[in-house]
Design a binder for this molecule. Structure first.
Ligand SMILES: NC(=O)c1ccc[n+]([C@@H]2O[C@H](COP(=O)([O-])OP(=O)(O)OC[C@H]3O[C@@H](n4cnc5c(N)ncnc54)[C@H](OP(=O)(O)O)[C@@H]3O)[C@@H](O)[C@H]2O)c1
Length: 291
């Protein structure tokens, strides 16, 4: 066990600098956070409260998840200073047009009970949806940034051509691209482009929605190291410099998923995990998501 987790206080997770689309100089994102997809509004209150007690300070929610109010109640009840927290939400698919984006951002802030959000992402690119324009949506995100009510804006599920198109059209590079990424889906092309552009890579479904936890190679590696497969996978993300947001509603799993700072994976182990890539998506392909 990591002794730091037995006492209240933030996890010893490194922070990663956000280089673009921020309104605050020197803004950073904690590299390990808690995902909340499929957590109900009621459960979000309990789960996020427990996560904050364990030491998580970075919470990932979305308009689509229907749990921003529960997350907000947990943040308020925690009594933690606002500046110690990093809260992300995401623009839902029906809200891409300018007026809807502005209104829904206000609603997000009301539900979360925050004056300032840390990161607001375009959840899906919706490039194939009639009447939706990637560039207009991204321009609106820039407008929301300029209000000062969000510290950074970014995107999610954007493929290389989506990124190039919105950057070329607006001159504004997203702070983050949150994408499906795990050892079965390494996303080399996007990671290389992010590195070139200075976009921070954030993994969603970092455990492959638990599919990775049944992998025999990972189980063997975990047993050798005396840790769990989930801890090995989370450590792999961290050592690749990726922001990682595993989701659990179970307190012991949340604690274990955060207890990943007392061991390291050597180059051979990292290479063996890299070799598990099989192009497996557990969620939707960005080209398939439409309004
Ligand atoms: N931007 C996007 O389009 C997008 C899409 C999907 C997800 N996300 C974000 O990314 C977050 C993470 O992705 P995800 O929730 O899809 O999947 P995930 O984090 O890869 O996996 C979550 C699953 O693994 C289980 N689990 C977690 N820790 C475990 C452990 N230590 N041992 C055994 N099982 C464990 C959880 O079960 P229990 O909860 O029952 O413990 C849950 O079933 C989401 O919650 C959401 O915030 C974003």
């Amino acid at each position: 066990m990591n002794a730091a987790l037995d006492t209240p206080g933030p996890l010893p997770a490194p922070a990663i600098a956000l280089r673009h689309a921020t309104g605050v100089e020197g803004l950073t994102i904690p590299q390990l956070g808690l995902g909340t997809y499929k957590v109900s509004d009621d459960d979000a209150h309990r789960t996020v409260s427990q996560a904050l007690e364990i030491g998580y300070r970075h919470i990932d929610t979305a308009q689509m998840y229907g749990n921003e109010a529960g997350v907000g109640r947990a943040l308020a009840a925690s009594g933690l200073p606002r500046d110690d927290l990093f809260i992300t939400s995401k623009l839902n698919n029906p809200n891409h047009r300018r007026a809807d984006a502005m209104r829904s951002f206000d609603e997000t802030m009301d539900r979360l009970g925050l004056d300032v959000l840390d990161l607001f992402l375009v959840h899906w690119p919706l490039a194939a949806s009639e009447g939706i324009d990637l560039v207009e949506t991204w321009e609106t995100m820039g407008e929301i940034l300029s209000t000062g009510r969000v510290r950074a804006v970014g995107v999610s599920n954007h493929r290389p051509w989506h990124l190039r198109r919105i950057i070329e059209a607006t001159g504004l590079t997203p702070a983050v691209n949150q994408i499906e990424l795990h050892p079965y889906l390494r996303q080399d092309e996007l990671r290389a482009l992010h590195a070139e552009l200075g976009v921070v890579t954030e993994s969603w479904s970092p455990l492959g929605r638990s599919r990775l936890l049944h992998d025999p190679d990972l189980a063997r590696l975990a047993a050798e190291l005396g840790v769990t497969p989930a801890q090995v996978v989370i450590r792999w993300h961290l050592q690749h410099g990726i922001v990682v947001i595993p989701k659990s509603v179970h307190v012991e799993r949340m604690r274990a998923n955060a207890d990943v700072f007392s061991f390291t994976l050597d180059a051979q182990a990292m290479g063996a995990i890299d070799a598990l890539d099989r192009g497996l998506r557990t969620g939707s392909h960005p080209d398939e998501v439409q309004l």
